[in-house]
Write a protein that binds this ligand. Structure first.
Ligand SMILES: Cc1cc2nc3c(=O)[nH]c(=O)nc-3n(C[C@H](O)[C@H](O)[C@H](O)COP(=O)(O)O)c2cc1C
Length: 207
């Protein structure tokens, strides 16, 4: 890992940053040593996911070792914490509790990119923004679908969108039937028609 990172740092002119985990498994949580050695070969920032590789996503992320890296007096590069942040209040609480320079968010942003503006607003005002209106959710989901089709083609593009609909439509009452239709739709035309049905249904429900 160190040799590879060193080779990258030497080969490029732009800043190199690293994202990694606490270690390989429960017996090898060596992130404190790894962080020092990565810093020594010239990385500019380090993000740490508070789990081991063997752990995958099991259990809770352990941020205490991330804090240990941050509190190491030898470490001067920015340290970002990662793992299980899924709300503005948790982002702020974890940043303050563990003293990191920032937090990174993975799963909570999937199908919910609004988490970033919610966190920014919460930091600035202490207020949690309401979730986005259905129109905005559908607009962003439609754009995601367009990119997916461009990138993956008509067949895979549709299949890869399927796990995302539930996230985009999370929290809406009576959404189950629409979600079921979306994940069974076979082409873009069908999906777009269901989006229109959703907008019509919730538009009427609101007015
Ligand atoms: C779909 C998906 C793809 C990911 N790809 C990468 C990756 O390419 N590199 C990486 O370091 N971590 C990757 N991760 C892990 C996340 O960056 C993050 O460390 C992990 O999900 C824990 O953060 P979270 O609890 O906020 O999701 C991925 C996670 C997901 C869900």
């Amino acid at each position: 890992m160190i040799a590879l990172t060193k080779a990258v740092v030497n080969a490029v002119k732009i800043p190199v940053t690293v994202k990694t985990r606490l270690g390989w498994d429960e017996q090898s949580k060596n992130i404190e040593e790894v962080a020092e050695r990565l810093q020594d070969v010239g990385i500019q920032a380090l993000s740490i996911h508070g789990r081991t590789r063997a752990q995958m996503y099991k259990g809770e992320a352990d941020w205490s070792l991330i804090a240990a890296v941050k509190n190491n007096p030898r470490i001067h590069i920015p340290i970002f914490g990662n793992g299980d942040i899924d709300s503005p209040s948790k982002a702020v609480a974890y940043k303050n509790r563990y003293g990191v320079d920032g937090v990174m968010i993975g799963r909570a942003a999937i199908g919910y990119p609004w988490i970033f503006r919610e966190i920014k607003h919460y930091i600035e005002t202490g207020i949690t923004l309401p979730p986005p209106e259905i129109e905005e959710r559908i607009r962003v989901c439609r754009q995601h679908l367009e990119f997916s089709l461009q990138w993956k083609g008509p067949k895979l593009g549709i299949l890869e969108m399927r796990p995302h609909y539930a996230n985009y439509l999370k929290g809406l009452s009576h959404i189950k039937e629409f979600r079921h239709k979306l994940v069974h739709a076979l082409d873009a035309e069908e999906v777009l028609m269901i989006f229109d049905e959703i907008l019509e249904y919730y538009g009427q429900a609101i007015s």
